[in-house]
Design a binder for this molecule. Sequence first.
Ligand SMILES: Cc1ncc(COP(=O)(O)O)c(C=O)c1O
Length: 425
Amino acid sequence: MMPESRWLGRCLLAARVEISISCVVIRGRIGTKVLNPGIHQLNRPTLRPERPFFSSGPCAKRPGWSPDALRGALLGRSHRSADGLGRLREVLSLSRALLQLPGDYRLAIVPGSDTGAMEMAMWSLLGARGVDLLAWESFGLGWVHDVKSELKLRDVRVHQADYGRLPDLGRVDCNRDVVFTWNGTTSGVRVPHGDWIADDRQGLTLCDATSAVFAMALPWPKLDVVTYSWQKVLGGEAAHGMLILSPRAVARLESHAPPWPLPKLFRLLKQGKLDEEIFKGHTINTPSMLCVEDQLDALKWAASIGGVPELIARSERNLAVVASWVERTPWIDFLAERPETRSCTSVCLKFTDPWFTRQSLEERWRVVKQLCRLLEAEQVAYDIAAHRDAPPGLRLWCGATVDAADVMNLLPWIAWAYNRLKTGA
Ligand SMILES: Cc1ncc(COP(=O)(O)O)c(C=O)c1O
């Protein structure tokens, strides 16, 4: 057996090598080109991510989170009491302030997480004019299905692209309603900006921005409906959705009566007018006050570190760490083909090595699953397999609650696991 002092010495040496590699990665972003931890990482790394939580939802809690954050939760009390309503209103006001929503935009907490918010918007608003649907991964395709096959709208145009690409945004007609995701969570492809959305549009833009809000700059005046869930960028809990409406969306709500029945959970009108109370914290049904407390904690953390600019910077830093590694690692690449479309939250990677690509689809998934199992067994990464509808690969959540040091310390482990599977070592 190795004497303890020698073993410790080896560990320290390995740690020093990894620290210098990490420094290289950081410096790599400003142009220094040196070592590559990814190419021949055959030795088992010794540094580990402190928080191996890279799931794309529910996403990592904020740094330093513990259940203590929920100690002051208003449990066993009515959400309609003055205290309960106060907490719900605080979620609304903190969210509004952080996001710097235009003063005339409405914001509400709604049931059913992001899906609930998006369905509520589509079922309430669509049908008044033709719809352009954009889809480049499974969530966008889900909205296409709902509009075409559930709402059965006839005047529908679908702009679709394969995983890794965006459809041609220049072909979108903003005089029709437009439904799209800002960030395609399962392909790691985002729209780079909102310049393709006309300021003088006649239609409404309905944007599922659940994996973008708080991590990407959103051009509010271009967006009439925005939806997201607490479970994503701020690491809150699922089940509650957020619905943001522009004045034009409200005007549509009040002037258009959909031909289909609307369940109570979707109803935003009262006697033909917007039910303003919903947007003042009077939720349609009962929210979880535990989740509300958790969201308040997340929002206060976000404000304490500098608000959305810092949340965006944290996500972009994480993306830069991955990009620097990908650039110097020949067997892996982003699924997103164009750099400006690469997501800084759901970072999707594909293996480009012929050893991998020439295998059958089933075999490739088997490799991905084995790799993820190895990393889980080492407790260095949880839940980083690509979404089941995407091509076999990896998806690392790099949103604002994830620390760059953890991303940095994860990458050599991916290289180690990949090389192990490839060489059968
Ligand atoms: C783009 C997108 N839309 C919708 C959803 C569904 O969100 P939820 O499960 O919070 O309703 C997700 C979840 O990952 C998503 O990424």
